[in-house]
Design a protein around this ligand. Structure first.
Ligand code: PDD
Length: 284
């Protein structure tokens, strides 16, 4: 059961016009919200980021946060599984093909739920491999835009190299992954690239930094050079669907000992505990 422009309908019956500006131009924004035990994770923060994305593309938010919350709750109830992820997507609507914003057009709003299949515990124990590539995306990566062709091409490169993610470097500095944020650890210090127009402000990125603060893991935000990345002791990847994962091989070369490191192990445990606390209703 999905939501499309005011109706809850089976996904098989959901259609949009070929003139939808999301289809024609990728003129839209989206959010992806993990749901644990029927509870959306960090919903307020996801809706806040959605508002920023909409503001940046000058598209009026069709709903209040309260309305979004009700729609998302209905989608969760109407779909099977305790753990789901909500994908929501707003485009500038249907209009004759013209780059210029159309006047008085209703946006297209689409919400769906899929099963949330987080990486297995085994992967947290063995670690995963990643490759690097030049970050050839546009300069507004802070907008969660539906036009993801560069990210798609970059992610495909990883899969073709039997890796899980492509870590991106722009002008010799780490930005993020093709669909994740990236942290490094050097001499027990957790380092995160700063938020800027070159990265998506990840909700999981914020959670990891909050956990580091709470559990007194030394951490810093600052530019990370290619050399810092390659000579780091640990590399961590975060996203709503992958949670937190250790990258142990980069371009086929071992990172640190070639095994998940101590900072990863701590943060992984704290993240899992945090989720449990949310499911018990103790936290949001
Ligand atoms: N992507 N950077 C990029 C480019 C991303 O696409 C994502 C997530 C992140 C991590 O953000 P968050 O922690 O809020 O999920 C960073 C989602 C999962 C996707 O597009 O499927």
């Amino acid at each position: 059961m999905i939501y499309l422009n005011g109706s809850f309908i089976p996904i098989e019956d959901a259609y949009i016009s070929v003139l939808d500006r999301g289809f024609i131009f990728g003129d839209g924004v989206y959010e992806l919200i993990p749901v644990y035990s029927h509870i959306p994770f960090r919903l307020t923060q996801h809706l806040c980021r959605l508002q920023n994305s909409l503001d940046e593309i000058q598209l009026e938010n069709p709903y209040t946060d309260h309305e979004w919350t009700e729609l998302i709750e209905q989608i969760i109830t109407n779909n099977e599984g305790d753990d789901q992820y909500i994908y929501l997507h707003i485009t500038r609507g249907v209009a004759e093909r013209n780059h210029v914003f159309p006047k008085k057009v209703m946006p297209t709003v689409f919400i769906m739920s899929s099963p949330l299949l987080v990486p297995s515990k085994e992967l947290a124990i063995t670690g995963v491999s990643a490759i690097t590539a030049n970050d050839n995306r546009w300069l507004r990566c802070d907008i969660k835009a539906t036009s993801l062709l560069p990210n798609v091409l970059l992610r495909q490169k990883a899969v073709e190299s039997n890796a899980i993610e492509t870590v991106l470097l722009r002008d010799g500095f780490l930005t993020e992954g093709s669909a994740s944020n990236i942290f490094i650890v050097k001499d027990k210090l957790l380092l995160a690239p700063p938020k800027s127009n070159l990265t998506l402000p990840g909700i999981t990125y914020d959670v990891v930094l909050e956990l580091a603060e709470e559990y007194k893991i030394p951490h810093e935000i600052g530019d990370i050079s290619e050399n810092d990345l390659r000579s780091s002791d640990e590399i961590l990847l975060t996203s709503s669907t992958k949670e937190i994962m250790p990258i142990i091989l980069l371009d086929g070369i071992k990172i640190g000992s070639g095994k998940p490191g101590e900072v990863f192990k701590q943060l992984y445990k704290y993240y899992q505990d945090f989720k449990v606390a949310i499911m018990r209703g103790n936290l949001l």
